[in-house]
Design a protein around this ligand. Structure first.
Ligand code: AMP
Ligand code: ZN
Length: 112
């Protein structure tokens, strides 16, 4: 499958990894929107948040556990933001489920 994040998960495309286990990996975004900007993905290809089911939803809990650990490691003690963009209106540009962990600056609300 021609999916850039599947290729990052398999190591075919290089990335700066922040975390990896048998089910998920986390790597630094190429175009950071905050001093800390890490993407966390399942290694299994799930296209978007729309494809979360009772069978695969455990991976989301695991991703959030690792996000909390990465936030702590990156000293985001004053807070952080976890973002998932889904579909065209959500601004999703890579069709493989991913969560942005953003921190190190004050965030605005609502997002644009
Ligand atoms: P989204 O707009 O939510 O689909 O986010 C996709 C994100 O992936 C963007 O923030 C891109 O900068 C990032 N991105 C795309 N290709 C790569 C890559 N090869 N390595 C790291 N980050 C990437
Ligand atoms: Zn994929």
């Amino acid at each position: 499958m021609d999916c850039v994040f599947c290729k990052i998960a398999s190591g075919e495309i290089p990335s700066k990894k922040a975390y990896e286990d048998d089910k998920i990996c986390a790597f630094y975004d190429l175009d950071p929107q905050a001093p800390v900007h890490i993407l966390i993905i399942p290694k299994e290809h799930i296209a978007s948040a729309r494809e979360i089911t009772p069978e695969n939803s455990g991976i989301v809990a695991h991703i959030f556990e690792v996000a909390a650990k990465l936030a702590e490691e990156n000293h985001l003690d004053n807070g952080f933001r976890i973002v998932n963009n889904c579909g065209e209106d959500g601004g999703q540009t890579v069709q493989h489920l991913h969560f942005h962990l953003l921190g190190g600056r004050s965030m605005k609300w609502p997002p644009g």
